[in-house]
Ligand binder design. Structure first.
Ligand SMILES: Nc1nc2c(c(=O)[nH]1)N[C@H]1C(S)=C(S)[C@@H](COP(=O)(O)OP(=O)(O)OC[C@H]3O[C@@H](n4cnc5c(=O)[nH]c(N)nc54)[C@H](O)[C@@H]3O)O[C@H]1N2
Ligand SMILES: Nc1nc2c(c(=O)[nH]1)N[C@H]1C(S)=C(S)[C@@H](COP(=O)(O)OP(=O)(O)OC[C@H]3O[C@@H](n4cnc5c(=O)[nH]c(N)nc54)[C@H](O)[C@@H]3O)O[C@H]1N2
Ligand code: SF4
Ligand SMILES: [Mo]
Length: 744
């Protein structure tokens, strides 16, 4: 047996832990997966989902050939040539007759974990030229993108808690002990939180549930779902009232302090205590502790984004940090400096686009290129979108029937499409509606680079990972499938698109003032070679990047070759202050108050009284260690054990509805109804119920036998209403949904 150990990063979540993968080359098997003690980031840590890579690689349900739907609704395997010819035959006439906007696109979460998928998705979207662009972002972090764009000029330059060096970590609406941290890329979150306390620091959790993170914290406060903006405004109110505002070096490039004071004047701790469920004195004490602790990080995630006031909450988190000097400083909220994928300080940034395209059914504006994911159905339906309807849909690594609002309506509308293609590895709740499914190679068969997650890490690093096995002959990587699909739809050859992308990047770094000024585009392209695909683009980005050799002979620096030669992982040091250099706002200053954001304040003020209502039961989300959104339930090793799709409910509420653990409840919202098992626990706030998303593997047509057998569950997003939005960002409300409950 030819056993071998391959070191690579785990492709399954943002932590990107280092793994040692034990393989048998002869049988092409992954024997076992262990944490890599030599990885300076994760030091041997891993979670059960490290096995996802093996489970997916071995899964007999995973597709390895293109599948075409026959007239009888069954899928049949076809060749790649047939597949792309079929796509061309269907997509071209639709685009020609009805225009590029008649073809919609949905991009899903796993895209962020795959270098090729990520780099080429941008090109894919541009080449298709459709404004009907949807993604998981509007069920996730889009309020952050909007805030970042307006305050700092770059919507994708995330600000991350410096958790390893902070003395006070305030965690709102995130459960990093389970999710392993999102927009805070840090392996072994439990260890890191313990570390804060061991050095005398404190961890405070603000969450409608006493979470696994709260269990490791010094303090936990229940907050009513959707009320974080009130809580944060009240903290800021206290900063002004008690003389705790201290901008330090930020005073030189920050505007709008007095306007913030005005906005927060009416939101005193006393005014919001009833609404938030947090006592005024607690808010005051936290505000004081935060303002006076030098290294303090105020962090907010999903619970503060996918809620009624996601943009205001995201904005106020940053405002609170800037006003008290807890921004861009060690131990506070900081900007990573990745080796690739971020524009250079000083580079111009286009203004945020709003309303360049409006949806047909509801007239909703595109916001920085995104439309709310939940409007796909109404854009397809003839009765709401008429002649201007979306006629074709391309999904790539997404399962919006389970991940976006009102899955039943979306599933029904997919049947009204003239044509649907899914780039995906399973026949599932979404892709089963496609006319054509195009599978891709999987992580075990691909070289990778932690592209996205090095831009959201709490310690700068670069990581290249080798492929474990060679892909079987004929298998295609995600990037190539996307490009061939564009070729089929538009007639523009892959080679031409690829050249244009590489030429564009090389041109931008060789122009005057660029990082490789003095070199020519041709020289750069000659140096990175002619092999198509993401690796030479990565090489170009690395070499022209902040740690690169700038294509200067004999100069040390990062390159693809250097990474391969050193084993893949490079420590680029702790996060460092980057402001004001990285500001890309038009005047290179920070507008604390931007009219686009603050236009939503009256809506917040008007909702204060409504938010005090105690008669409503509010549904929130729930992540669990062995799930990854909707797509890992077909892995036996992760799906085994008791049913996980349970509705957590406070004992007082359970009593009110006459329900006990293990009994079934009927949960109804404005958009639908599901039946699910109840789990009674006082870890959830009274008046709040909590359900995980990504379940509901019960639809006919899917081919995920293990998921359906072991963890069918119910679709939480049947209860998510596509109507109401966090207005400034067009993000859906997945937390704080009014529901009614009855015994089933
Ligand atoms: N109610 C509620 N809804 C939510 C959330 C919530 O908290 N509550 N969270 C939201 C968030 S944050 C997100 S990111 C979204 C996620 O929602 P989606 O972006 O829709 O992602 P998944 O549900 O994980 O589906 C991933 C799809 O990618 C496919 N896939 C997996 N690996 C590969 C691969 O290597 N190649 C290809 N081509 N395909 C692959 C899977 O088969 C599956 O179809 O869900 C959102 N929905
Ligand atoms: N195991 C696992 N890990 C994952 C994923 C997964 O599905 N499974 N998904 C990945 C993805 S795509 C993402 S985006 C990240 C998300 O990462 P996190 O944001 O850490 O995810 P959640 O565990 O959903 O945490 C959200 C928390 O917000 C709380 N909450 C709900 N409503 C409110 C509110 O109104 N206010 C406040 N303050 N809190 C509220 C919930 O109780 C919950 O504890 O996780 C990633 N990691
Ligand atoms: S924490 Fe995330 S990166 Fe680490 S082993 Fe688990 S799934 Fe993989
Ligand atoms: Mo996400």
């Amino acid at each position: 047996m030819a056993a071998e150990i391959i070191r690579r990063s785990c492709p399954t979540c943002e932590a990107c832990c280092g793994l040692q993968v034990h393989v048998d080359r002869d049988t092409q098997q992954i024997l076992r997966i262990e944490g890599d003690p030599d990885d300076f980031r994760s030091r041997g840590y891993l979670c059960p989902k490290a096995y996802a890579m093996k489970a997916v690689y071995e899964d007999p349900d995973r597709l390895t050939q293109p599948m075409r739907k026959r007239a009888d609704g069954q899928f049949e395997a076809i060749s790649w040539d047939e597949a792309f010819a079929y796509a061309a035959e269907k997509l071209r006439p639709i685009r020609e007759k009805y225009g590029p906007q008649s073809v919609g696109v949905f991009i899903g979460e796993p895209t962020g974990h795959n270098l090729g998928a990520l780099l080429y998705t941008t090109l894919f979207m541009r080449a298709l030229g459709t404004p009907r662009a949807f993604s998981s972002a509007t069920m996730d972090q889009f309020p952050k993108n909007v805030t970042l764009k307006l305050m700092y000029g770059d919507g994708w330059m995330f600000v991350i808690p410096d958790v390893k060096r902070t003395d006070l970590f305030i965690c709102m609406g995130g459960n990093p002990v389970v999710s392993q941290g999102s927009l805070m890329g840090t392996p072994d979150v439990p260890g890191v939180l313990r570390g804060i306390r061991q050095r005398g620091g404190r961890v405070v959790v603000i969450d409608p549930r006493r979470t696994e993170t709260a269990d490791l914290a010094d303090e936990h406060h229940f907050i009513r779902p959707g009320t974080d903006a009130y809580f944060l405004a009240a903290m800021i109110h206290v900063f002004f009232e008690e003389g705790l505002v201290n901008l330090g070096r930020f005073a030189a490039f920050t505007d709008g302090v007095q306007e913030v004071r005005e906005i927060c004047r009416d939101f005193s701790p006393e005014a919001v205590a009833e609404t938030t469920g947090i006592a005024a004195e607690t808010i005051r004490a936290l505000a004081r502790e935060y303002a006076t602790t030098k290294k303090a990080a105020l962090y907010g995630r999903i619970g503060t984004c996918t809620q009624e006031f996601g943009t205001l909450a995201s904005w106020l988190l940053d405002v609170a940090a800037i006003l008290t000097g807890h921004f861009d400083e060690e131990g506070c909220m900081m900007f990573p400096r990745p080796a690739a994928g971020q524009s250079e300080p000083g580079e111009a940034s286009a203004p945020m686009s709003v309303g360049a395209y409006r949806t047909v059914a509801r007239g909703l504006p595109e916001i920085d290129g995104q439309l709310p994911a939940g409007v796909m159905a109404e854009e397809i339906e003839e009765k709401s979108a008429g002649d201007q309807r979306m006629r074709a849909l391309l999904t790539a690594a997404g399962n919006p029937v389970l991940s976006a609002p009102n899955g039943d309506r979306l599933a029904a509308s997919l049947g009204e499409l003239d044509f649907m293609v899914s780039v995906d590895i399973y026949i599932n709740e979404t892709t089963s509606h496609a006319d054509l499914i195009l599978p891709t190679t999987v992580s075990a068969e691909e070289e990778n680079f932690d592209f996205t997650y090095a831009t959201t890490c709490s310690h700068n690093y670069a990581r290249w990972s080798p492929a474990i096995f060679e892909a079987p002959a004929g298998a295609k990587p995600h990037w190539e499938v996307l490009m061939r699909l564009v070729e089929a739809a538009t007639g523009v050859p892959l080679e031409q698109l690829d050249e244009a992308m590489v030429g564009g990047i090389a041109g931008s770094v060789t122009r005057p003032g660029g990082r490789c000024e003095g070199k020519t585009t041709e020289e750069l392209i000659a140096a990175i070679g002619s092999e198509r695909g993401p690796l030479r683009i990565l090489d170009l980005m690395l070499r022209a990047g902040p740690y690169g050799d700038r294509f200067v002979a004999g100069k040390d620096g990062l390159s693809l070759r250097a990474l391969r030669e050193c084993g893949g992982l490079v420590d680029l040091g702790p996060l460092k202050p980057r402001l004001p250099e990285v500001l890309k706002t038009p005047d290179r200053r920070i507008p604390l108050v931007h009219p686009y954001i603050t236009a939503d304040v009256p809506r917040l003020a008007a909702a204060l009284a409504d938010a005090q209502r105690r008669d409503r039961l509010l549904l929130i989300g729930r992540r669990q260690v062995r799930n990854m959104n909707s797509w890992l339930h077909n892995a036996q090793v992760l799906a085994k054990g008791p049913a996980r799709c349970t509705l957590l409910m406070h004992p007082d509420d359970a009593k009110r509805f006459g329900l006990a653990t293990g009994e079934k409840a009927r949960v109804r919202s404005q958009s639908g109804e599901i039946v699910t098992e109840v789990e009674v626990s006082d870890e959830v706030m009274k008046g709040v119920v909590r359900l995980p998303h990504g379940f509901g593997h019960t639809r006919p047509g899917s081919r995920t036998a293990i998921a359906t057998r072991l963890q069918p569950g119910a679709n939480a997003n049947q209860l998510t209403d596509e109507g109401p939005l966090d207005v400034p960002s067009g993000t859906h409300i997945a937390n704080g949904i009014p529901v009614e409950i009855a015994r089933a």
